[in-house]
Design a protein around this ligand. Structure first.
Ligand code: GLA
Ligand code: CA
Length: 778
C-alpha cells in the first residue's frame, strides 16, 4: 500500500513537472481588461512578418522585440506565400510559421496571428494568391463559392500548422484575427461571419477572435461575437479613436490593433517617417489607460523578391524596403526610436515580465566594388513563344510574376496614327523592328504612343514589367501584362491587333541564371540580365547601391532580394549577410531599362530617401497658378473644429468633372491646410468611385519633412494627409486643391476627414468649393 502511495505521489510530481515545461495557460477577454491566467493583462505587441526576415535572423529579431519591452508578437500569414500554386502548400524552411511561433515562445513572447485571408500589409495582392485571378469573374473578399472554398482549404492548412499552439494547448497564441480592415473595402457582415466560421473550423476555437478596423467605419462590419480593435497611427487623438467602442461596449478592454509607428514608401514619393516622440507619447497614453496595442511595425524588414504590393486608388507600387521607420530598422538594427520605446516600456513591465537584453548587432560589411562581367540581353534569350489570337493578361498564360513580352506584326501605319494599349500593367516598353519607341508608365496613366509611318510587316514588341499587385481596396483585381487589347487608332478608325506571340519571363532565379550569358563589352541598349561576382573574406549585412542602374530585380547567390528603380526614394537593396558566403558570391541583375554605369558596390548604410524625380512628383508645374477669376463658388462653408468625418450637402445636384476646394483660414490660426481624406458624394448621397481621380493641381505640398502629397486625400488611408508646405515656401491661405474625377459625375455634396493628430496645423475652417465640367484655368 505504502509503495503504491509513494508511486502515486511520484506520478503526480511527474505530471506537475510536465505541466511546467509545457504550461497550459488561459487568455480571455475580461471586464475592461484582458485576462491571462485569470490576471489582468495588457497586450504590448510587436508586429513583424517572418517572410520579411531571413530565417537565420528570426531569433535575433525576436530577441530585439523582447529587448524593446514587448510581451507579444503580432504577425500576418500571407496566403500567397504558402500556396504559390493552387493546391501546393509550403510551410517548410523559410516558410515554417509554427517554428517562428515556437521561437517566440522560447523567448517568452505570446503571439497574435492574423491569417487573413486578405491582409493588406503592402504585400503582393494583400496576401491573396494571383492564381485566383485566373477565374475572370471571381469576386474576391465576397462569398464567391470558389473563393470561399479556397479560403477554407488554406485556413485549414494554417490550423494544421498552428492551432495546437493556442495558449491553452501549451503554445503561445493568444488571439486570432478575422479578415482585415474590411471597412475600407465594403459592407458585408455575412461574409465576415463566414470567414469567422472558417477560422473556427480550422481549429482556432480556444482563444479570442477579433476584428480590426478604423474608428470611422468599424461599425459597418462589426460582429457581435468578435472582439473589436481599432487601428490608427502615431499622433492620433486616442480618446477620440475609442469613443464609439466605449459607447457600444463599455465593459470591453480596449486595444489598438495597429498603432502605426511609421509608414511605408512608394516608388517616386518622398521617404516616410513619423516622430519618435509622438509615437512614445501615444504608447504612454495607452499604457496609462490600460489600453493594449500592437505596434505596426516594430520591425518592418524587407519585401524580398516580387512580394512588395502596390497601393490604390492611383496605382502606386511600394518600395522593396519595408523599413517603415520602425523602432527596429530594416536590417534588425537599433535606432533612436528603438531606445525611446525601450525606455518607456521598461517602466511598464507587467508582473513577471522582464526586459530582454539587446542582442549583439549583426555585423555589416562594405563591398567596395562588384565586378559585372557577363550579359544576356532579353531579346537574344527569349523562351519558346505561346501563340494567342487575342492578347490577354499574364495570368491566362499561367504566369504569376516576372515580365511578359507580346509580339505581333503590324499592318501599314500612317504617320500620326496612335498605338493604344488597354491597359499595360505596369511599365511597358514599345519597340518596332527592335527600335525603342516609347516607355509607358501606369503610374502616370500612360497608354498611348504616337506612331511614325511604318511599313507593313514590321515587328511590334511590347515588353511589360509588372510591379506588385495592388493590395488595397478594389485594386486587388490587378491583372498584369496587357489586360484587354492593343489598337492602332486614327480619326474615326480603330484596328485591333491580333495573332500574338507571347513570351513569359518569370522572376525565378532558375530562369534568370539559365541564360546564354556572354562577355560584357558594351552596355546593351535594351533590357538585359547582367551577371557578376565578388569575393568576401568576411560576411555581414550590406546594402547594394543600385543608384546607377535603371529598373529591375537582383538575385544574390540564388536569393531574390527585390526590386530597384532609379526614381527612388530607395537607392540601396538590403543584402542580409546570412545569404552571403566567404569566397566567391554571385550576383544577377535584371535591368529592364539600362544602367547609366556598371558601378556596383555594397554600402554599410542604406539609402532610402533619395528621389531623382527633381520634384516632378508634386502637383504644380513650375510657375503654374490656379486662376479663379470669373468663377463663382458653388458652395461656401465652414468646417467645425475637431476630428472625424464631416459631411456637406450642397443642397443641389450638379454634373461635374472637376472639383476645387479653396481654403481661407485654419482653426489654429495657422497658414496651412491639411486633408486626410476627401469623398465626393453622388446623386444618392453616397461616395462616388475615386478610381480615376487625379490631382490636377495643388498649390503647395510638403515633401521634404514628410510625404504630404495631395494624392493622400484619396489613398484610402486615414493616417496619411495632404499638408501644404511648411519646411520651405510656407505658402499662406488661400490654398487650392483641384481634383479631376476622371469621369463625369452628378454630385450632391462631399465628406471631409481632417488629419487625426491632436493640436496640429492645417485644420481647415472656412472654405469655398468650385465645381465644373470644364478644366480650370491656369
Ligand atoms: C492597414 C493594414 C495593414 C497595413 C497598414 C499600412 O492598417 O491593416 O495591413 O497595410 O494599413 O501599413
Ligand atoms: Ca489619406
Amino acid at each position: 500500500m505504502m509503495i503504491r502511495f509513494i508511486l502515486y505521489v511520484c506520478l503526480l510530481a511527474f505530471l506537475a513537472g510536465c505541466k511546467t515545461t509545457n504550461a497550459q495557460e488561459t487568455f480571455e477577454v475580461g471586464k475592461n481588461t484582458f485576462l491571462l491566467n485569470d490576471k489582468p493583462f495588457v497586450v504590448k505587441a510587436a508586429e513583424m512578418h517572418y517572410p520579411r526576415i531571413p530565417k537565420p535572423y528570426w531569433e535575433h529579431r525576436i530577441k530585439m522585440a523582447k529587448a524593446l519591452g514587448m510581451n507579444t508578437l503580432c504577425l500576418y500569414v500571407f496566403w500567397n506565400y504558402h500556396e504559390p500554386e493552387e493546391g501546393k502548400f509550403d510551410f517548410t524552411g523559410d516558410k515554417d510559421l509554427a517554428e517562428f511561433c515556437r521561437l517566440a515562445q522560447k523567448h517568452g513572447l505570446y503571439v497574435i496571428v492574423r491569417p487573413g485571408p486578405y491582409v493588406c500589409a503592402e504585400w503582393e495582392m494583400g496576401g491573396l494568391p494571383w492564381w485566383l485571378l485566373k477565374k475572370k469573374d471571381i469576386r474576391l473578399r465576397e462569398q464567391d463559392p470558389y473563393y470561399m472554398e479556397r479560403v477554407k482549404i488554406f485556413m485549414d492548412k494554417v490550423g494544421e500548422q498552428i492551432a495546437d499552439l493556442q495558449v491553452n494547448r501549451g503554445g503561445n497564441i493568444i488571439m486570432v484575427q478575422v479578415e482585415n480592415e474590411y471597412g475600407a473595402y465594403g459592407v458585408d457582415k455575412p461574409y465576415i461571419a463566414a470567414i469567422k466560421d472558417i477560422v473556427e473550423g480550422a481549429g482556432f476555437t480556444d482563444v479570442p477572435l477579433f476584428q480590426c478596423d478604423w474608428n470611422s467605419n468599424f461599425e459597418n462590419n462589426a460582429q457581435e461575437d468578435l472582439f473589436w480593435t481599432i487601428n490608427f497611427g502615431t499622433g492620433a487623438n486616442i480618446d477620440e479613436q475609442f469613443r464609439r467602442v466605449k459607447e457600444l461596449r463599455p465593459e470591453s478592454p480596449l486595444m489598438c490593433g495597429e498603432f502605426w509607428s511609421g509608414w511605408f514608401d512608394h516608388w517616386g514619393a518622398p521617404h516616410e517617417t513619423r516622430s519618435a516622440d509622438e509615437l512614445v507619447s501615444g504608447m504612454k497614453e495607452m499604457l496609462d489607460k490600460n489600453i493594449s496595442f500592437s505596434l505596426y511595425m516594430a520591425h518592418g524588414g524587407t519585401s524580398f523578391g516580387h512580394w512588395a504590393g502596390a497601393n490604390f486608388p492611383n496605382f502606386s507600387p511600394t518600395a522593396t524596403s519595408y523599413d517603415y521607420d520602425a523602432p527596429i530598422g530594416e536590417a534588425g538594427n537599433t535606432t533612436p526610436k528603438f531606445f525611446k520605446v525601450r525606455e518607456l516600456l521598461e517602466q511598464y513591465l507587467g508582473e513577471g515580465e522582464t526586459l530582454g537584453e539587446i542582442p549583439e548587432a549583426i555585423p555589416t560589411v562594405a563591398i567596395p566594388s562588384i565586378n559585372i562581367s557577363e550579359v544576356a540581353p532579353i531579346f537574344d534569350n527569349l523562351p519558346e513563344a505561346i501563340e494567342s489570337e487575342h492578347i490577354q493578361s499574364m495570368e491566362f498564360f499561367d504566369q504569376g510574376y516576372g515580365s511578359i513580352l507580346y509580339r505581333t506584326t503590324l499592318p501599314e501605319v500612317e504617320e500620326g496614327e496612335t498605338l493604344l494599349i488597354t491597359e499595360a500593367n505596369d511599365w511597358a516598353q514599345v519597340f518596332v523592328d527592335g527600335k525603342h519607341l516609347a516607355t509607358l508608365s501606369r503610374m502616370k496613366g500612360e497608354g498611348a504612343v504616337a506612331l511614325p509611318a511604318i511599313k507593313v510587316g514590321a515587328v511590334l514588341d511590347i515588353l511589360v514589367e509588372p510591379m506588385g499587385r495592388m493590395n488595397f481596396g478594389k485594386g486587388i483585381y490587378d491583372w498584369k501584362g496587357i489586360t484587354e487589347k492593343v489598337e492602332i487608332q486614327s480619326e474615326g478608325n480603330s484596328r485591333e491587333l491580333k495573332n500574338w506571340k507571347v513570351y513569359t519571363l518569370p522572376s525565378d532565379y532558375a530562369f534568370a541564371s539559365k541564360k546564354n550569358y556572354e562577355e560584357l563589352t558594351t552596355i546593351p541598349s535594351a533590357a538585359a540580365y547582367y551577371k557578376g561576382s565578388f569575393d568576401l573574406d568576411k560576411v555581414g549585412d550590406t546594402f547594394i547601391d543600385m543608384s546607377t542602374w535603371g529598373k529591375g530585380m537582383v538575385w544574390i547567390n540564388g536569393h531574390h532580394i527585390g526590386r530597384f528603380w532609379e526614381i527612388g526614394p530607395q537607392q540601396t537593396l538590403y543584402m542580409p549577410g546570412c545569404w552571403l558566403k566567404e569566397g566567391e558570391n554571385e550576383i544577377i541583375i535584371l535591368d529592364m531599362d539600362k544602367p547609366k554605369e556598371l558601378r556596383l558596390a555594397g554600402l554599410e548604410k542604406p539609402i532610402l530617401d533619395q528621389l531623382t524625380g527633381n520634384g516632378a512628383y508634386t502637383h504644380r508645374k513650375f510657375d503654374q497658378e490656379l486662376d479663379l477669376t470669373g468663377e463663382t463658388p458653388s458652395y461656401t462653408g465652414s468646417f467645425k473644429p475637431g476630428h472625424g468625418w464631416q459631411h456637406v450637402d450642397f443642397g443641389k445636384k450638379e454634373k461635374i468633372r472637376y472639383f476645387t476646394i479653396e481654403t481661407l483660414d485654419a482653426h489654429g490660426g495657422d497658414d496651412y491646410a491639411a486633408i486626410a481624406e476627401l469623398e465626393i458624394l453622388g446623386e444618392d448621397g453616397k461616395p462616388v468611385s475615386r478610381q480615376h481621380w487625379k490631382v490636377a493641381y495643388a498649390d503647395s505640398e510638403e515633401v521634404d519633412e514628410a510625404n504630404n502629397l495631395a494624392t493622400n486625400v484619396f489613398d484610402l488611408q486615414e493616417s496619411t494627409f495632404w499638408h501644404t508646405n511648411y519646411s520651405k515656401t510656407k505658402a499662406k491661405h488661400p490654398h487650392h486643391l483641384v481634383i479631376d474625377l476622371g469621369e463625369e459625375k452628378v454630385v450632391s455634396g462631399f465628406s471631409y476627414l481632417p488629419r487625426a493628430e491632436a493640436n496640429k496645423t492645417g485644420m481647415i475652417k472656412d472654405y469655398r468649393i468650385y465645381l465644373k465640367m470644364e478644366p480650370f484655368k491656369f
